[in-house]
Design a protein around this ligand. Structure first.
Ligand code: PLP
Length: 392
């Protein structure tokens, strides 16, 4: 029953957004499992690895040492210095650790911080669809309007100047970019990054560049940071975090790198909203930058699973998919008895017990997202169940 006070009291912006499809599906999977139902859950949005040992040990030590209090709003200075070094070495982005970095409680919060600081009623924000489930709701909460730039499976979700120009207006204030991309698995090429950057400069807008999957890339694909181009750097708010690369989703740690005047405004909002990100998570995260070999092992394992899943799916009726260039998601086009992504997801869930995320959650009703952040045994079991149902 709908609470009779909801319409009266809930903020109209909150009423305009739905729950997160991916979080809801994960909750559903956990409930079904707890009730004893056998399902294969391919909706998972987090690494199925443990956090590297050295990071956990650093956390125990920092708690023992009493680092359990508030820290400065932009973050612990030693971590900001490590982040600045990392951005210079890996991303070709020069930032001052003193006033151009903010450590946040997760990348999701970092994105919200940027949105809530710079957007207001009447502003428009370009979002490349299919897009991660939270960008639009977060923009809506600020009162600004998300404007979709549709990209398509058939040309491998290629981004062109023409597609961007079609959707820009005098109200456009920001564009949100995500590469490596959730859900498509695409990694933008140098040419695409150049086109996007030129577009940002020509229209004098801000950009959020969400690079959270940057280390999870395959076959020599490499993330190119938008802000590595000095001519556009001051318009780019680079977002990154520890969740995906280092299997640290529960630590809630992300960060923002941006020009200092932008950071100054965002720090004010962070101070009022959360004071700071968790202190001992920050001390521990400094260790993450020395975990290259652990990250490489995880990526090698994802690659084995990616290769298995893509090859199996392409041999099944109803599926067509490319090998993702990055992330741990396959975004497969569905072609089965005229079903759209939601109908097909429901069909395979009911008949094969395989839970996937319908592309509709990302604004693409032709495709479904299958996560391979699941064990090889689980992937094999999922493929076997799908075979039985789809070949019937
Ligand atoms: N950006 C994208 C594209 C994501 O897929 C996710 C998590 O699923 C996030 C940001 C949020 O990451 P965090 O755990 O750091 O909040």
């Amino acid at each position: 029953m709908v609470n009779k006070f909801v319409n009266k009291f809930a903020n109209s912006k909150v009423q305009s957004i739905g729950p997160s499809a991916s979080s809801s599906l994960n909750d559903k999977a956990m409930e079904l499992r707890a009730a004893g139902k056998k399902i294969v859950n391919l909706t998972i949005g987090e690494p199925n690895f443990d956090t590297p040992k050295r990071i956990k040990e650093a956390a125990y030590k920092s708690i023992e040492a009493g680092f359990t209090h508030y820290v400065p709003a932009p973050g612990v200075s030693t971590l900001r210095e490590s982040i600045a070094k990392k951005l210079q070495n890996e991303n070709d982005i020069e930032v001052d650790p003193v006033d151009e970095i903010i450590v946040t409680p997760g990348a999701k919060f970092a994105i919200y911080l940027a949105i809530i600081t710079f957007l207001e009623e009447g502003d428009e924000v370009l979002i490349l669809d299919p897009s991660w489930v939270s960008y639009k709701p977060l923009v809506q909460l600020s009162g600004a309007k998300p404007v979709s730039v549709p990209l398509h499976y058939d040309d491998n979700f290629k981004i062109t100047r023409e597609k961007l120009e079609k959707n820009v207006t005098s109200k456009t204030k920001m564009i949100i970019i995500n590469s490596p991309n959730n859900p498509t698995g695409r990694v933008f090429t140098k040419e695409e990054v150049k086109e996007i950057n030129q577009f940002i400069l020509d229209h004098n807008i801000l950009a959020i560049s969400d690079e959270i999957y940057e280390h999870i890339v395959y076959d020599n694909f490499k993330n190119i940071s938008l802000a590595s181009d000095p001519s556009v750097k001051e318009s780019i708010i680079t977002i990154n975090g520890f969740s995906k690369s280092y299997a640290m989703t529960g630590w809630r740690l992300g960060y923002i790198a941006a020009e200092k005047e932008l950071v100054k405004e965002m720090v004010k909002v962070q101070q009022h909203l959360v004071s700071c990100a968790t202190s001992f998570s920050q001390y521990a995260a400094i260790e993450a930058f020395d975990c290259e070999s652990e990250v490489n092992l995880m990526v090698e394992d994802y690659k084995r699973r990616r290769d298995f899943l893509v090859s199996e799916l392409n041999s099944l009726p109803g599926f067509e998919c490319r090998s993702p260039e990055g992330t741990f998601y396959v975004f497969a086009k569905v072609n089965y008895n005229g079903m759209n992504s939601e109908e097909f997801s429901q069909y395979i869930f009911e008949n094969a017990g395989v839970l996937v995320t319908p592309g509709a959650a990302y604004n693409d009703n032709e495709c479904i997202r299958l996560s391979f952040a699941a064990s090889m045994e689980e992937l094999e079991a999922g493929v076997e169940s799908l075979k039985k149902v789809l070949y019937e």
